[in-house]
Design a protein. Structure first.
Length: 289
């Protein structure tokens, strides 16, 4: 027996249209949610993370400078009237003869601590503590790979693995090494704006963790090519510049003077030698903040 149910007749086409309308509304809402999440992505985060570095032991401050800019001949002695001799070292040097360097007149050192968020210099303790123990003022630096993780992530990794700072009169502020990519595209496949934002993220995080404005290591040629010669860091971040020749040469935009000059990669004992632009008491002032 068929039962007749009262009510409006069903129309398949109208029902399908209603379902389609609901689906479109849901998709629009989901699209808006995803769009908001993307817009909220922290500054300095790469659009797509690259693989972690595969040969970090071969990457040090200036390792790419000679390859791209030349100048690997005999070291040129700085002609600055008031200067202090220094060196920088990393894992590829192994255990360093700090007494030899001290006796030759070297008074400060920068030591590579980390790269990306996956590498710690295996000789860091010998190098960082050894330079301190002979009397040097020393600091740590981080080799940046901006396409592998955010600026904040790398700054935190650096501070957590040797890059901290204390007002003991013997510790320099941490340094950020920004130079040619050892693994591919010169500017890490990032736009000038993206690279500048990445550095802002790194510097802000480092300062929040330590209270200090970090030093930046970079060459004028790389800076022009990869940041569009951005001038916004010159008033806050001391400049450590590599140039293997008889003078420091042109500076990146924003800096009226350099703080440290890496003037050779072929100096005695460790290769990389630096000159601090000022007398020893000014180096102490930089350490004390």
């Amino acid at each position: 027996m068929h039962v007749h149910r009262s009510g409006p007749a069903r129309h398949p086409r109208r029902s399908a249209a209603r379902v389609a309308g609901i689906l479109l509304t849901l998709l629009a809402l989901l699209g808006g949610t995803f769009g908001t999440a993307a817009a909220a992505q922290p500054a300095g985060t790469p659009a797509k993370d690259a693989p972690e570095p595969t040969h970090p032991g071969q990457d040090w401050a200036g390792s790419q400078i000679a390859k791209h800019e030349g100048g690997t001949g005999l070291p040129a002695a700085p002609s600055l009237a008031a200067s202090v001799e220094g060196v920088d070292v990393s894992g590829h040097q192994g255990n360093v003869a700090w007494s030899t360097l001290w006796n030759s007149g070297v008074k400060f050192a920068y030591v590579k601590a980390t790269e990306s968020t996956s590498y710690i210099n295996p000789y860091f303790a010998q190098q960082y503590n050894g330079s301190y123990n002979v009397g040097m003022i020393r600091g740590a630096y981080h080799f940046a790979t901006p396409n592998t993780s955010s600026g904040a992530a790398q700054a935190n990794y650096f501070v957590d693995h040797g890059g901290g700072w204390s007002r003991d009169g013997k510790t320099l502020p941490g340094a950020l090494d920004m130079e040619y990519n050892p693994y591919g595209a010169t500017c890490y496949g990032m736009s000038a704006t993206a690279l500048v934002n990445w550095m802002k993220d790194w510097f802000a995080t480092y300062k929040a963790r330590t209270g200090r404005d970090a030093v930046i290591y970079t060459s004028t040629s790389w800076w022009k090519q990869c940041t569009g010669n951005y001038a916004g860091f010159g008033n806050t971040n001391p400049l450590w510049i590599p140039r293997y020749g008889s003078s420091v040469g042109e500076l990146p935009a924003g800096w009226g003077f350099h703080t440290i000059w890496q003037y050779t990669s072929t100096g005695p004992t460790v290769g990389d030698h630096n000159s601090f632009n000022g007398a020893y008491d000014r180096l102490q002032a930089l350490a004390n903040g």
